[in-house]
Design a protein around this ligand. Structure first.
Ligand code: HEM
Length: 538
């Protein structure tokens, strides 16, 4: 098993797969695995001279922890392909509130209950508001100077303020309302064509393009729409997700990853991706500066300028006030792309999959949406959504069962902190909140594995805003998702229109039981198989 894990490491580092064990390449892999294990052992068993480290170890060793820890790998061999599921099962047996895992040489504390999550994200939020340092994020996000991966401190607070006040506030999200409606209308038009031709539609593709186009428009404004560039952004977002969410040696064996030759291998690919982002964003920012200058020279007033302004214009206009470098602007834009595209697309895709598996829920939702829209109207508008209680419940239930980031982004403690039951988490510890596990706890949810939106009709106090630690799909506290308003608006308007305009069928020969809900873990969790559906005009 140790060799298997080391092979996984190599699999990430070397440019070929693992099927070739019998070939000369396979022999090389085996040799490399052995060397790797030796190196890993050498660097993970370095004696601890530092007293602080001993103190930390003493505090950590009091936390409940699963048995069967291996030398070097720690508990890594207990992780299956879906870590959030493995962690939930381990927590149920070994630490339902808090549990310590040794992932390689890195101690990681996992919170898997509402009271543990509340301790981390609310009571001691100020202590756990940082992020672990990541070599990949440092390169891709210009020294992790964005708002997702920045360590807690003055720069983070400044960027967070800018993002929440000027890019993603509820007022700003409202101002993009017509853009959203226009983008939805374009998708509906495509689907009209498919419905007329009785064609099978790749919904995964349709929904991913939609969220990608929407975020491109939010970032650079309608004026800069360019299909080719949007596609390039999508490729780069996928590349980032693979790098940030993949198995990264440095997350588990940081000392080893700091070795120059190892570091060089890890960084090579990341630097390549960063260069592509850099070229694309430099050009886009330069275009925006030129356009702004032209508008100013032509005497266009501020209101007119603002009408078609995207995130880049806003960031440029605030550059001086917030003391931002161009690299900071690029980092913020990249994290908006990354955080904004995948999450919303995955939720829409999985919501449609659940609706196809649950025709009763689909019929009830269609009934609500169709009753709420005045007769003869072609599309649902955002005004129509206000009273759609069942639609909101469907979205909440989708996020409970399928949070796109089931383990959130790891937090890091800034000081030693006594959290619950006398357990103290030392400074500098990586902390994971398993929101997926909490969403499926039998003590909290009746029939937790079933898709039952009704449970949220009776519990309308359970919202999206992270006030209740039984349910907090956007997190809570200082690192809570700032995109909550944008996400809620996007999910609502798209889902409502999909079920309003069309009846949906599965491709010939498929039954509802055949909709494959198998997931794949990464930066976000997505369905393994694409979702193909047939739209029928109502
Ligand atoms: C259904 C859609 C979405 C869900 C479920 C979601 C959920 C989350 C969660 C759970 C976190 C991490 C909280 C933590 O680490 O404690 C997060 C962080 C973040 N999200 Fe979202 N998100 C969504 C959409 C968006 C959108 C549309 C944007 C922006 C356009 C966005 C921007 C961010 C940013 C910038 C962070 C990092 C915040 C920080 O570290 O301070 N998210 N999101």
């Amino acid at each position: 098993m140790a060799a298997a894990m080391a092979h996984a490491v190599l699999h990430k580092l070397l440019p070929y797969g693992g099927e070739e064990a019998a070939s000369p390449r396979g022999a090389f892999v085996l040799l490399a695995v052995s060397l790797m294990l030796l190196l890993i052992r050498r660097f993970s068993t370095t004696s601890k001279k530092d007293y602080d480290e001993k103190d930390d170890e003493r505090l950590l060793s009091r936390l409940p922890s699963p048995p069967n820890k291996l030398p070097v790998l720690g508990h890594m061999h207990l992780m299956g392909p879906l870590p959030h599921v493995s962690l939930a099962a381990l927590a149920a047996k070994n630490g339902p509130d808090l549990m310590l895992l040794r992932l390689g040489s890195v101690p990681t504390v996992v919170a898997s209950s509402p009271r543990a999550a509340e301790a981390i994200l609310r009571t001691h939020d100020h202590v756990f508001a940082s992020r672990p340092r990541s070599m990949v994020a440092d390169i891709i996000l210009y020294g992790a100077s964005d708002s997702c991966y920045a360590p807690y401190g003055a720069h983070f607070r400044k960027v967070r303020k800018l993002v929440t006040l000027h890019l993603l506030s509820s007022k700003k999200v409202q101002s993009y309302r017509h853009d959203r409606e226009e983008e939805v209308a374009m998708v509906m038009e495509k689907l009209d064509g498919a419905a007329a031709a009785c064609a099978v539609v790749d919904m995964s593709e349709v929904l991913q393009s939609f969220t990608n186009d929407l975020i491109c428009r939010a970032v650079s404004g309608k004026f800069f729409r360019d299909e080719g560039r949007n596609k390039m952004f999508r490729e780069l977002i996928d590349a980032n997700a693979a790098l940030l969410g993949g198995f990264n040696l440095e997350d588990y064996f940081p000392k080893l990853a700091r070795l120059k030759p190892v570091r060089k291998i890890i960084c090579a690919k990341v630097i390549g991706i960063n260069r592509r982002w850099d070229q694309l964003l430099n050009k886009l920012i330069a275009d925006h500066v030129t356009r702004l200058q032209l508008l100013q020279a032509s005497g266009t007033d501020d209101a007119e300028q603002e009408e078609d302004s995207g995130f880049i214009d806003v960031l440029l206009s605030l550059q001086e006030e917030y003391g931002l470098t161009t690299d900071h602007i690029k980092a913020i834009v990249i994290s908006m792309f990354e955080a904004g595209t995948e999450t919303s697309y995955l939720v829409l895709e999985v919501a449609m999959a659940e609706l196809m598996r649950n025709p009763r829920v689909m019929a009830k939702l269609q009934d609500e949406v169709r009753r709420s829209v005045p007769k003869g109207r072609h599309m649902v508008t955002e005004d129509d959504l206000t009273n759609m209680r069942y639609l909101k419940a469907v979205i909440k239930e989708t996020l409970r069962l399928h949070p796109p980031g089931p383990l959130f982004i790891p937090h890091l403690s800034l000081h030693d902190c006594e959290v619950i039951d006398g357990y103290t988490i030392p400074s500098g510890t990586r902390v994971i909140v398993n929101a997926w596990a909490i969403g499926r706890l039998e003590d909290l949810w009746e029939n937790p594995d079933e898709f039952l939106p009704e449970r949220f009709l009776d519990a309308s106090h359970v919202g999206l805003k992270g006030n209740d630690f039984c349910y907090f799909p956007f997190g809570s506290g200082r690192r809570m998702c700032p995109g909550i308003h944008a996400a809620a608006a996007t999910l609502g308007i798209m889902l409502a229109n999909l079920v309003y305009r069309f009846d949906w069928e599965l491709p010939t020969g498929m039954n509802k039981e055949d909709v494959d809900m198998t997931e794949v873990f990464g930066l976000t969790v997505h369905l393994k198989e694409k979702l193909f559906l047939v739209p029928k005009l109502v």
